[in-house]
Write a protein that binds this ligand. Structure first.
Ligand code: DC
Length: 224
């Protein structure tokens, strides 16, 4: 197992941008686990599922799914779905289906297999608590709900998705509630993670703060 840096936090906190930049600067691979949950949601939606589907049916459907993540792109059964998973509908259903045991079990192996070959920055909700409890360094990134809504709104607008600020706020609140209160692997700060509130911080300031915590452990001569 190579080195893993975990970045957990609620939706819209800026985790993806931070994790991507950090991975590039350190020469690590970037693992976007939200993209994996979104890809599973797209697959289940295409199979006709909604929130009423049973766990047995989910397990049966997942037998027909091969999912992979490479160079920042996500594939289901070799189809590149990177752009298709970035819709409000798939955002909603990724949160809904991510609360289901067969989905989390299915993705556990995919996620844990990743750092076997590469030093990894892994981003999600349960990276430091459940998937990589022995990670090298752990961070928990948050921001106020107003700031997260503003960021999510801007991101959706840049992607050409028509949403109002109110809809973005509702989406962020709903997902916070569901992701934090589900029974399995809820979003919570790992006890040994560094907490960074990015409400008042720019991307550069957040990165500096993370790098300060990585300290000299990341000097080139320390790298395996
Ligand atoms: O980070 P994101 O918005 O792309 O994630 C989509 C959903 O996937 C999120 O609402 C909850 C779920 N998720 C999860 O349960 N565990 C993870 N490690 C990553 C995402």
């Amino acid at each position: 197992m190579k080195r893993v840096i975990t970045i957990d936090g609620p939706s819209g906190a800026g985790k993806s941008t931070i994790a991507k930049r950090l991975a590039t600067e350190l020469g690590f691979e970037y693992l976007d686990t939200g993209a994996l949950y979104r890809a599973v949601a797209l697959y289940l939606r295409r199979s006709g599922c909604d929130e009423n589907i049973s766990d047995e049916e989910i397990s049966r459907l997942l037998e027909g799914l091969k999912i992979s993540f490479s160079d920042g792109r996500v594939f289901i059964n070799n189809e590149d779905v990177t752009d298709r998973i970035r819709t409000p509908e798939i955002g909603h259903f990724s949160s809904v289906f991510s609360a289901r045991a067969p989905v989390r079990e299915f993705l556990m192996g995919v996620q844990r297999g990743f750092p076997e070959e590469h030093d990894t920055v892994a981003e999600g909700r349960d990276m430091g608590t459940v998937v990589f409890p022995d990670a090298w360094k752990k961070f928990f990134i948050t921001a106020s709900i107003e700031e997260r809504t503003r960021r999510r709104f801007k991101q959706l607008q840049e992607m050409g998705k028509a949403v109002t600020l109110d809809e973005a706020l509702r989406d962020v609140k709903e997902r916070d509630e569901r992701d934090s209160n589900r029974k399995i692997a809820p979003l919570k700060k790992p006890a040994d993670a560094v907490h960074i509130d990015t409400t008042e911080l720019s991307l550069e300031e957040t990165l500096q703060c993370i790098k300060k915590h990585l300290g000299s452990d990341n000097s080139p001569e320390d790298r395996p």
